[in-house]
Ligand binder design. Sequence first.
Ligand code: AMP
Ligand code: ZN
Length: 460
Amino acid sequence: MRLYNSLTRKREEFKPIKKGEAGIYACGPTVYDFLQIGNWRTYVLGDLLVRSLKYLGFETKYVMNITDVGHLVSDGDEGEDKLEKGAKREGETAWDVAEKYTKDFKQGMHKMGLLKPDVLAKATGHIKEQIDLVEKLEKKGFAYKTSDGVYFNTTEFEKQGNKYGELSTLDEIKEGARVEINKEKKDKRDFALWKFSPEGEKRDMEWESPWGVGFPGWHIECSAMSMKYLGEQFDLHVGGEDLRSTHHPNEIAQSEGATGKKPFVKYWIHGAFLLVDGGRMGKSLGNAYTLQDLDNKGFSPFDLKYFYLIGHYRKQLNFTWEALEGAKTALERLRKRMADLQGETLKVDGVWEEKFRERLEDDLDMPGALALVWEMVKDKDLSDGEKLGLIEKWDEVLGLGLSKVEMKLEIPEEVVKLVEKRSRLREEGKWNGADSIREEIEKLGYVVEDKGGRTLVRKR
Ligand code: AMP
Ligand code: ZN
């Protein structure tokens, strides 16, 4: 499999550290608000990467963090804390806010049909690991104390023969532009490892540490948790392209500083941003749409997922409501095609299977994979059974729910949603819930049947 590695700036053959295994870490959300469709694009990328690796025969371990302790609104170490900001907005504690949006994130992952990471690690659950790591850095001379916190010493890091900021696309990693320069820092590139609670103020989230009461800096959690669950060196690290400039170089500095120059991560995978109407998306612009916003307009998470698949992950993708409408129509057409296929699912055709693998191996060419799905479905030489077999297999990667639900033509949206909900409940073993949804579906005049791993829906 060839993947574009942001560290070496070229496509490389994926060679895991341990043959046949792949350790993947994805930077998770800061849980102070609902996720927007840009965030979801990045989480779908992580999901596609893991699913593709599995498909290609690798054994995967997928770790994601939940940033539930405030990191600061700007790139620097000053400014307002995101969790505290959320708490103020909602008149609740930072703990409540974190819990609420963590729950919403998990539900969103589920609605989007994304794999559950093998480990979903909360920053607040790993304070000790973070403190231990800062202590290690301190022992090696890479940390110093100021009046407001403990900082990473980039100058010393370089002096001891390490490279700082190699991954970054910036000429020089700088402090956030909007924040005041911290005069106590030895170098403007230095960043906080631990911050002290402001004097005379009790924060919702604060912990004792060898340096004083406070909270971790915003990069240290990823180094501490990724190394805890994947080892000091692991294969793949995923995140949005914005993290490449500062957050990820800082993760590398902290980790390699602590372990002694051992290359931290072999392959860095960065997803390009989602734009809205050709521009940046943001809360203040009113275009940071959430899954709920989509739902209000009649779009399902799968419509969104289909839309993501249309663009290659390394290219920016432009969201418009028209484009989403197009994706929805295409997905409906594809589902109808599947519904028309008759008979038993047959063994997968080798040539087509090979073509699909080639798409995945070509730096996760999802647009190509999707085009192949259409080509295959329209192919006159394949039997219905073979098509069913292929789609079942391919959907292990695409995750569009194509294989599991078979809808006969003209099933109303309302019923489609109920059927999808029922399937999810069944997967979770919630049989009672699934049965009551079956009854709801019947009341609407439709019948669901489960046959050989597939769900058939038709008019009564
Ligand atoms: P945050 O919660 O801000 O830490 O962001 C969570 C993830 O979403 C990170 O991997 C970001 O890089 C990613 N992200 C933020 N905005 C966008 C966007 N517009 N398009 C794609 N990914 C994004
Ligand atoms: Zn991270």
